[in-house]
Write a protein that binds this ligand. Structure first.
Ligand code: NAP
Length: 282
Protein backbone atom coordinates (compact mmCIF):
# COMPACT_ATOMS: atom_id res chain seq x y z
CA UNK A 1 0.00 0.00 0.00
CA UNK A 2 2.75 2.42 0.87
CA UNK A 3 5.06 1.48 -2.02
CA UNK A 4 4.62 4.99 -3.41
CA UNK A 5 5.31 6.79 -0.15
CA UNK A 6 1.73 7.32 0.95
CA UNK A 7 -1.46 5.30 1.38
CA UNK A 8 -4.21 5.47 -1.26
CA UNK A 9 -6.51 8.38 -0.43
CA UNK A 10 -10.31 8.46 -0.69
CA UNK A 11 -12.32 11.66 -0.38
CA UNK A 12 -15.99 11.15 0.42
CA UNK A 13 -18.42 13.98 -0.20
CA UNK A 14 -21.56 13.90 1.92
CA UNK A 15 -24.16 16.58 1.25
CA UNK A 16 -27.15 17.15 3.51
CA UNK A 17 -28.39 15.11 6.45
CA UNK A 18 -29.79 11.85 5.10
CA UNK A 19 -29.58 9.26 7.95
CA UNK A 20 -29.14 6.31 5.55
CA UNK A 21 -26.34 8.13 3.73
CA UNK A 22 -24.60 8.76 7.07
CA UNK A 23 -24.59 4.98 7.72
CA UNK A 24 -23.39 4.09 4.20
CA UNK A 25 -20.59 6.67 4.35
CA UNK A 26 -19.48 5.55 7.82
CA UNK A 27 -19.32 1.92 6.67
CA UNK A 28 -17.45 2.72 3.45
CA UNK A 29 -14.91 4.97 5.17
CA UNK A 30 -14.42 2.52 8.04
CA UNK A 31 -13.61 -0.32 5.66
CA UNK A 32 -11.27 1.77 3.54
CA UNK A 33 -9.44 3.10 6.62
CA UNK A 34 -9.21 -0.36 8.22
CA UNK A 35 -7.38 -1.57 5.10
CA UNK A 36 -4.69 1.08 5.60
CA UNK A 37 -5.95 3.74 3.19
CA UNK A 38 -6.64 7.35 4.04
CA UNK A 39 -10.36 8.13 4.08
CA UNK A 40 -11.45 11.72 4.53
CA UNK A 41 -14.99 13.08 4.81
CA UNK A 42 -16.00 16.38 3.21
CA UNK A 43 -19.40 17.60 4.37
CA UNK A 44 -21.57 19.94 2.34
CA UNK A 45 -24.41 21.64 4.25
CA UNK A 46 -28.00 20.66 3.44
CA UNK A 47 -28.74 24.21 2.30
CA UNK A 48 -25.59 24.57 0.19
CA UNK A 49 -25.77 25.40 -3.50
CA UNK A 50 -24.72 23.12 -6.34
CA UNK A 51 -21.81 25.52 -6.98
CA UNK A 52 -20.55 24.86 -3.44
CA UNK A 53 -20.70 21.08 -3.96
CA UNK A 54 -18.86 21.48 -7.28
CA UNK A 55 -16.18 23.54 -5.52
CA UNK A 56 -15.55 20.68 -3.07
CA UNK A 57 -15.17 18.26 -5.98
CA UNK A 58 -12.80 20.68 -7.78
CA UNK A 59 -10.61 20.89 -4.66
CA UNK A 60 -10.48 17.08 -4.40
CA UNK A 61 -9.63 16.81 -8.10
CA UNK A 62 -6.65 19.09 -7.48
CA UNK A 63 -5.51 17.34 -4.27
CA UNK A 64 -2.49 15.14 -5.07
CA UNK A 65 -3.03 12.96 -1.96
CA UNK A 66 -6.59 12.07 -3.02
CA UNK A 67 -6.79 9.18 -5.49
CA UNK A 68 -10.51 8.56 -5.36
CA UNK A 69 -13.64 10.67 -4.95
CA UNK A 70 -17.00 9.29 -3.89
CA UNK A 71 -20.06 11.54 -3.84
CA UNK A 72 -22.80 9.94 -1.78
CA UNK A 73 -26.27 10.05 -3.36
CA UNK A 74 -28.85 11.45 -3.01
CA UNK A 75 -27.85 15.12 -3.08
CA UNK A 76 -30.20 17.60 -1.35
CA UNK A 77 -33.24 18.39 -3.50
CA UNK A 78 -32.49 22.10 -3.30
CA UNK A 79 -29.45 21.58 -5.54
CA UNK A 80 -31.72 20.83 -8.49
CA UNK A 81 -32.92 17.81 -10.43
CA UNK A 82 -29.72 17.34 -12.45
CA UNK A 83 -27.35 18.01 -9.52
CA UNK A 84 -26.07 14.45 -9.21
CA UNK A 85 -25.18 14.22 -12.89
CA UNK A 86 -23.48 17.61 -12.85
CA UNK A 87 -21.42 16.64 -9.82
CA UNK A 88 -20.47 13.26 -11.32
CA UNK A 89 -19.51 15.00 -14.56
CA UNK A 90 -17.16 17.26 -12.59
CA UNK A 91 -15.17 14.42 -10.98
CA UNK A 92 -11.76 13.74 -12.52
CA UNK A 93 -12.41 10.43 -14.39
CA UNK A 94 -9.17 9.03 -12.95
CA UNK A 95 -10.58 9.52 -9.42
CA UNK A 96 -14.16 8.44 -10.18
CA UNK A 97 -14.66 5.66 -7.62
CA UNK A 98 -18.31 4.99 -8.53
CA UNK A 99 -17.65 4.93 -12.29
CA UNK A 100 -20.33 7.56 -12.96
CA UNK A 101 -18.33 9.91 -15.17
CA UNK A 102 -19.40 9.63 -18.83
CA UNK A 103 -15.79 8.73 -19.77
CA UNK A 104 -15.81 5.70 -17.48
CA UNK A 105 -19.32 4.72 -18.57
CA UNK A 106 -18.11 4.83 -22.18
CA UNK A 107 -15.14 2.60 -21.40
CA UNK A 108 -17.47 0.11 -19.74
CA UNK A 109 -19.80 0.11 -22.76
CA UNK A 110 -16.78 -0.67 -24.95
CA UNK A 111 -15.74 -3.57 -22.69
CA UNK A 112 -12.54 -1.92 -21.51
CA UNK A 113 -13.64 -0.97 -18.01
CA UNK A 114 -11.39 1.13 -15.80
CA UNK A 115 -13.48 2.28 -12.83
CA UNK A 116 -16.94 0.67 -12.64
CA UNK A 117 -19.87 1.40 -10.32
CA UNK A 118 -19.25 -0.37 -7.00
CA UNK A 119 -22.63 -2.07 -6.52
CA UNK A 120 -22.82 -3.93 -9.86
CA UNK A 121 -19.12 -4.73 -9.54
CA UNK A 122 -19.87 -6.29 -6.15
CA UNK A 123 -22.74 -8.33 -7.63
CA UNK A 124 -20.41 -9.73 -10.30
CA UNK A 125 -17.78 -10.53 -7.69
CA UNK A 126 -20.43 -12.43 -5.75
CA UNK A 127 -21.61 -14.38 -8.82
CA UNK A 128 -18.05 -15.25 -9.84
CA UNK A 129 -16.93 -16.32 -6.38
CA UNK A 130 -20.00 -18.55 -6.12
CA UNK A 131 -19.17 -19.93 -9.60
CA UNK A 132 -22.65 -19.14 -10.93
CA UNK A 133 -22.52 -19.81 -14.69
CA UNK A 134 -23.23 -16.71 -16.82
CA UNK A 135 -22.10 -17.67 -20.35
CA UNK A 136 -25.15 -18.39 -22.51
CA UNK A 137 -27.48 -17.92 -19.54
CA UNK A 138 -30.42 -15.55 -19.48
CA UNK A 139 -29.87 -12.70 -17.03
CA UNK A 140 -32.76 -10.37 -16.25
CA UNK A 141 -32.02 -7.06 -14.52
CA UNK A 142 -35.00 -5.23 -13.04
CA UNK A 143 -34.04 -1.56 -12.84
CA UNK A 144 -32.25 0.69 -15.34
CA UNK A 145 -30.54 3.30 -13.17
CA UNK A 146 -27.15 4.65 -14.21
CA UNK A 147 -25.63 3.53 -10.92
CA UNK A 148 -26.95 -0.05 -10.71
CA UNK A 149 -29.20 -1.44 -13.47
CA UNK A 150 -27.37 -0.28 -16.61
CA UNK A 151 -23.79 -1.09 -15.53
CA UNK A 152 -25.04 -4.41 -14.12
CA UNK A 153 -26.53 -5.30 -17.51
CA UNK A 154 -23.27 -4.41 -19.28
CA UNK A 155 -21.12 -6.45 -16.88
CA UNK A 156 -23.39 -9.47 -17.41
CA UNK A 157 -23.36 -8.96 -21.19
CA UNK A 158 -19.55 -8.86 -21.16
CA UNK A 159 -19.58 -12.23 -19.42
CA UNK A 160 -21.60 -13.66 -22.31
CA UNK A 161 -24.99 -13.71 -20.60
CA UNK A 162 -28.03 -12.89 -22.72
CA UNK A 163 -29.38 -9.86 -20.93
CA UNK A 164 -32.86 -8.38 -20.60
CA UNK A 165 -33.26 -5.05 -18.79
CA UNK A 166 -36.68 -4.39 -17.25
CA UNK A 167 -38.18 -1.22 -15.80
CA UNK A 168 -41.45 0.32 -14.69
CA UNK A 169 -42.90 0.16 -18.22
CA UNK A 170 -42.02 -3.47 -18.91
CA UNK A 171 -45.07 -5.50 -19.94
CA UNK A 172 -45.74 -8.71 -18.00
CA UNK A 173 -42.70 -8.34 -15.77
CA UNK A 174 -43.25 -11.58 -13.79
CA UNK A 175 -43.28 -13.58 -17.04
CA UNK A 176 -40.04 -11.97 -18.27
CA UNK A 177 -38.37 -12.40 -14.88
CA UNK A 178 -39.45 -16.04 -14.74
CA UNK A 179 -37.31 -16.79 -17.79
CA UNK A 180 -34.14 -15.71 -15.96
CA UNK A 181 -31.36 -18.02 -14.88
CA UNK A 182 -29.91 -15.04 -13.01
CA UNK A 183 -32.32 -12.39 -11.75
CA UNK A 184 -31.05 -9.06 -10.39
CA UNK A 185 -33.55 -6.87 -8.53
CA UNK A 186 -32.53 -3.19 -8.26
CA UNK A 187 -35.88 -1.48 -7.93
CA UNK A 188 -36.21 0.21 -4.55
CA UNK A 189 -39.57 -1.42 -3.66
CA UNK A 190 -39.73 -3.68 -0.65
CA UNK A 191 -40.46 -7.36 -1.36
CA UNK A 192 -41.60 -6.52 -4.91
CA UNK A 193 -40.17 -9.68 -6.47
CA UNK A 194 -42.39 -12.53 -5.33
CA UNK A 195 -42.05 -16.23 -6.00
CA UNK A 196 -44.08 -16.01 -9.22
CA UNK A 197 -41.20 -13.92 -10.68
CA UNK A 198 -38.66 -16.69 -10.17
CA UNK A 199 -37.82 -19.82 -12.13
CA UNK A 200 -37.11 -22.73 -9.78
CA UNK A 201 -33.36 -22.96 -9.20
CA UNK A 202 -32.58 -19.44 -10.48
CA UNK A 203 -29.93 -17.30 -8.82
CA UNK A 204 -31.46 -14.13 -7.37
CA UNK A 205 -29.42 -11.06 -6.46
CA UNK A 206 -31.30 -8.64 -4.24
CA UNK A 207 -29.76 -5.17 -4.52
CA UNK A 208 -32.62 -3.31 -2.84
CA UNK A 209 -32.32 -1.73 0.58
CA UNK A 210 -35.67 -0.48 1.85
CA UNK A 211 -36.47 0.76 5.34
CA UNK A 212 -39.94 -0.33 6.45
CA UNK A 213 -41.57 1.89 9.04
CA UNK A 214 -45.23 0.80 8.95
CA UNK A 215 -46.78 -2.35 10.34
CA UNK A 216 -48.69 -2.90 7.07
CA UNK A 217 -45.44 -3.05 5.08
CA UNK A 218 -43.76 -5.32 7.60
CA UNK A 219 -46.76 -7.70 7.69
CA UNK A 220 -46.82 -7.82 3.88
CA UNK A 221 -43.16 -8.81 3.76
CA UNK A 222 -42.55 -11.00 6.81
CA UNK A 223 -44.60 -13.86 8.32
CA UNK A 224 -45.95 -14.04 11.89
CA UNK A 225 -43.28 -15.16 14.34
CA UNK A 226 -40.42 -14.03 12.09
CA UNK A 227 -37.28 -12.38 13.43
CA UNK A 228 -38.03 -9.30 11.30
CA UNK A 229 -41.45 -8.77 12.90
CA UNK A 230 -39.84 -9.02 16.34
CA UNK A 231 -37.18 -6.55 15.26
CA UNK A 232 -39.86 -4.15 14.03
CA UNK A 233 -41.77 -4.42 17.34
CA UNK A 234 -38.59 -3.43 19.15
CA UNK A 235 -37.14 -0.75 16.84
CA UNK A 236 -40.17 0.48 14.80
CA UNK A 237 -38.12 0.05 11.62
CA UNK A 238 -36.68 -2.86 9.73
CA UNK A 239 -34.71 -3.37 6.51
CA UNK A 240 -36.11 -5.31 3.55
CA UNK A 241 -34.76 -6.06 0.10
CA UNK A 242 -36.61 -5.84 -3.20
CA UNK A 243 -37.15 -9.61 -3.07
CA UNK A 244 -39.82 -11.24 -0.93
CA UNK A 245 -38.31 -13.74 1.55
CA UNK A 246 -40.59 -16.51 0.17
CA UNK A 247 -38.42 -16.50 -2.95
CA UNK A 248 -35.83 -18.48 -0.96
CA UNK A 249 -38.14 -21.49 -1.33
CA UNK A 250 -37.90 -21.44 -5.15
CA UNK A 251 -34.53 -19.86 -5.91
CA UNK A 252 -31.34 -21.87 -6.20
CA UNK A 253 -29.54 -19.07 -4.38
CA UNK A 254 -30.66 -15.73 -2.95
CA UNK A 255 -28.59 -12.92 -1.45
CA UNK A 256 -29.71 -11.70 2.00
CA UNK A 257 -30.63 -8.12 2.94
CA UNK A 258 -28.81 -6.84 4.87
CA UNK A 259 -25.50 -8.67 4.55
CA UNK A 260 -25.53 -9.52 0.84
CA UNK A 261 -24.80 -6.96 -1.86
CA UNK A 262 -24.19 -4.14 0.66
CA UNK A 263 -20.87 -5.45 2.07
CA UNK A 264 -19.72 -6.34 -1.46
CA UNK A 265 -20.40 -2.75 -2.56
CA UNK A 266 -18.22 -1.51 0.30
CA UNK A 267 -15.47 -3.96 -0.64
CA UNK A 268 -15.56 -2.59 -4.19
CA UNK A 269 -15.17 0.97 -2.88
CA UNK A 270 -11.91 -0.22 -1.36
CA UNK A 271 -10.89 -2.07 -4.53
CA UNK A 272 -11.62 0.94 -6.75
CA UNK A 273 -9.71 3.24 -4.40
CA UNK A 274 -6.63 1.03 -4.66
CA UNK A 275 -7.10 0.66 -8.44
CA UNK A 276 -7.36 4.45 -8.85
CA UNK A 277 -4.23 4.95 -6.73
CA UNK A 278 -2.29 2.36 -8.74
CA UNK A 279 -3.43 3.84 -12.05
CA UNK A 280 -2.38 7.32 -10.97
CA UNK A 281 1.18 6.34 -10.06
CA UNK A 282 1.79 3.91 -12.93
P1 NAP B 1 -33.53 4.04 -8.88
O1 NAP B 1 -32.56 4.99 -9.51
O2 NAP B 1 -34.72 4.58 -8.18
O3 NAP B 1 -34.00 3.03 -10.02
C1 NAP B 1 -35.01 2.09 -9.77
C2 NAP B 1 -35.33 1.36 -11.03
O4 NAP B 1 -36.38 0.44 -10.72
C3 NAP B 1 -35.80 2.25 -12.19
O5 NAP B 1 -35.18 1.87 -13.38
C4 NAP B 1 -37.30 1.99 -12.24
O6 NAP B 1 -37.87 2.01 -13.54
C5 NAP B 1 -37.40 0.57 -11.71
N1 NAP B 1 -38.72 0.35 -11.14
C6 NAP B 1 -39.37 1.09 -10.22
N2 NAP B 1 -40.61 0.61 -10.01
C7 NAP B 1 -40.73 -0.46 -10.81
C8 NAP B 1 -41.78 -1.37 -11.06
N3 NAP B 1 -42.95 -1.27 -10.43
N4 NAP B 1 -41.58 -2.35 -11.96
C9 NAP B 1 -40.41 -2.46 -12.61
N5 NAP B 1 -39.37 -1.62 -12.43
C10 NAP B 1 -39.54 -0.63 -11.53
O7 NAP B 1 -32.81 3.09 -7.82
P2 NAP B 1 -31.29 2.55 -7.75
O8 NAP B 1 -30.36 3.65 -7.34
O9 NAP B 1 -30.97 1.77 -8.97
O10 NAP B 1 -31.42 1.56 -6.51
C11 NAP B 1 -32.29 0.44 -6.53
C12 NAP B 1 -32.33 -0.19 -5.16
O11 NAP B 1 -31.03 -0.63 -4.83
C13 NAP B 1 -32.73 0.77 -4.02
O12 NAP B 1 -33.43 0.01 -3.05
C14 NAP B 1 -31.41 1.20 -3.44
O13 NAP B 1 -31.50 1.56 -2.08
C15 NAP B 1 -30.61 -0.06 -3.59
N6 NAP B 1 -29.17 0.12 -3.65
C16 NAP B 1 -28.42 -0.70 -2.90
C17 NAP B 1 -27.04 -0.62 -2.93
C18 NAP B 1 -26.23 -1.58 -2.11
O14 NAP B 1 -25.07 -1.32 -1.85
N7 NAP B 1 -26.80 -2.71 -1.74
C19 NAP B 1 -26.43 0.35 -3.72
C20 NAP B 1 -27.22 1.17 -4.52
C21 NAP B 1 -28.60 1.05 -4.48
P3 NAP B 1 -37.98 3.37 -14.40
O15 NAP B 1 -36.60 3.63 -14.92
O16 NAP B 1 -38.96 3.01 -15.47
O17 NAP B 1 -38.45 4.43 -13.46
Amino acid sequence: MRRHGRPPGLGVVLAGENPASEVYVRNKMGTVAAAGCRAELFRVAAGATLAEALAVVAALNADEAIDGILVQSPLPEGMGADAAQRVFDAIDPAKDIDGCHPYNVGLLVQKRPRLVACTPLGCIELLERERIPLRGKHAVVIGRSDIVGKPMALLLLHRDATVTVCHSRTADLPMVARSADVLVAAIGRACFVTRDFVKPGATVIDVGINTLVTEAEVFRCFPPGSRKRAQFAEKCRVLAGDVHPDVAEVAGALTPVPGGVGPLTIAMVLRNTVTAAENRVS
